[in-house]
Design a protein around this ligand. Structure first.
Ligand SMILES: *Cc1c(COP(=O)(O)O)cnc(C)c1O
Ligand SMILES: [Zn+2]
Length: 417
């Protein structure tokens, strides 16, 4: 049974039936799924949720399907890691990592949105799914479509990391690399969606797709013992995830599952592609599109679809936006790996780097709870680390050679204690 009330225009409030629609025909505003919260409140409680399997579908009443999911049934419920070591380095008392680098099946938070979108596409009778992607979405569409034998097309900019492209091709997906930026890929896909009648998960069925991101926020609140953190740092590409975490916290509050929402929300981008952060810093309403140039390719969207709404969330919650250079991104990846044993992708380096900046500048206080959003896996963006990490030392298979190494190498191989 579905608790969806309608697709509602975010600008003028006009309601539409729950079909494959994404823009308001009156004002061109984006459509968003709205729910009958009174009805949900009658069936959903902490106990009901806690009694369900550990995946994102434990919040199914707050997701836009008519029936049970048919794709991605095991996605979600990733660890919320208490990060004592990183917390010590940053000088903060209560730090957590929400770790979607280990999300099932393709190691990024995109599995959340794709399982909702693909399940919904099947409900609406689509035979083919597709996407315009900066990499992780491609991996997830390809894998999840393969898992149900659904035909799928993936469109990417042709400068993506080789490892990420391979992580799409392996599933037998039809991959088209476009000579251009993500924004150009996206524009072309809008035309293809209209002409071929496919379900483009992040274009013509975007309202359903985007709802999947809420589960990242639901899980954090539940894992903290049914409360929200005081601060959360979120990486932004199109700016959808950050708005959906905010929606998630507020829905839980509306349903009485948590007492209050007093979270400050911070958006993180790479300096080489920071149109949303630039607008927030300038106090501007309008997002000025940019041409991306950063190693954080998964976040390289120069004309973010939800830029305006993500800036609004930062403003309303009392948070802000910050950006970091490519060098700071690498430092962030290394810092997270060395302190917590978590290998995040470049986007994780962005979030960790931005968190460090916000704490060091005193904008996030040291004695309040902080959640860092890690949204993707470092094994998929290894290219960013070529020539950055030290090479292993090569020796012959002789004890003497190792002894010499220990003696001569100073810190690196010296024995402790
Ligand atoms: C897509 C993506 C994001 C951000 O997504 P938006 O909702 O478009 O802002 C963050 N991190 C990773 C790793 C991603 O792939
Ligand atoms: Zn409208």
């Amino acid at each position: 049974m579905s608790f969806v009330k309608a697709l509602t225009c975010r600008e003028c409030g006009k309601e539409y039936p729950k079909e494959a629609l994404h823009v308001c025909e009156y004002c061109f505003g984006p459509l968003e799924v709205s729910y009958n919260y009174d009805e949900i409140g009658k069936v959903l409680s902490r106990e009901v949720i806690e009694g369900r399997a550990p995946n994102m579908w434990r919040y199914k009443e707050l997701l836009p399907l008519d029936g049970d999911p048919t794709v991605g049934k095991d996605v979600g419920f990733t660890p919320l890691v208490r990060a004592h070591n990183l917390g010590k380095v940053l000088g903060v008392k209560e730090l957590y990592i929400k770790n979607d680098a280990v999300n099932y099946p393709t190691l990024s938070f995109k599995d959340r949105v794709v399982s909702v979108a693909t399940s919904r596409a099947l409900e609406m009778g689509f035979k083919t799914v597709a996407c315009a992607s900066t990499g992780n979405l491609a991996n997830s569409v390809a894998a999840n479509a393969a898992s149900v034998g659904m035909e799928n097309y993936v469109f990417i900019p042709n400068d993506l990391e080789k490892t990420k492209v391979m992580g799409t091709l392996i599933y037998g997906s039809k991959v088209v690399a476009i000579k251009g930026t993500y924004d150009e890929v996206n524009r072309l896909c809008s035309e293809i969606a209209g002409k071929y009648g496919w379900a483009f998960v992040n274009i013509n069925i975007r309202p359903y797709y985007a709802e999947g991101s809420k589960t990242f926020g639901f899980e954090i609140a539940e894992q903290l013992g049914w409360k929200v953190p005081k601060h959360i740092i979120v990486p932004m590409a199109g700016g959808s995830l950050i708005t959906k975490i905010w929606k998630a916290f507020n829905e839980f509050h509306k349903l009485g599952l948590i007492d209050k929402v007093d979270t400050k929300v911070y958006g993180a981008q790479a300096t080489g592609c920071s149109p949303i952060v630039a607008a927030v810093k300038a106090g501007a309403e309008l997002i000025k599109p940019v041409r991306p140039n950063t190693i954080a390719k998964s976040l390289a969207i120069g004309n973010p679809a939800d830029g305006f709404y993500s800036a609004k969330v930062m403003r309303e919650s009392g948070g802000t936006g910050e950006d970091v250079s490519d060098a700071e991104i690498i430092d962030g990846m290394k810092l997270l790996a060395e302190t917590e044993g978590i290998f995040a992708e470049t986007a994780g380096g962005v979030t960790v780097g931005v968190t460090k900046k916000l704490i060091e500048s005193g904008r996030i206080p040291k004695d309040e709870s902080i959640v860092i959003s890690v949204t993707g896996n470092g094994l998929k963006t290894q290219e960013a680390l070529y020539d950055v990490l030290e090479e292993p030392t090569v020796i012959e298979a002789r004890l003497k050679d190792f002894d010499d190494l220990v003696e001569s190498s100073g810190d690196r191989y010296a024995m402790e204690g």
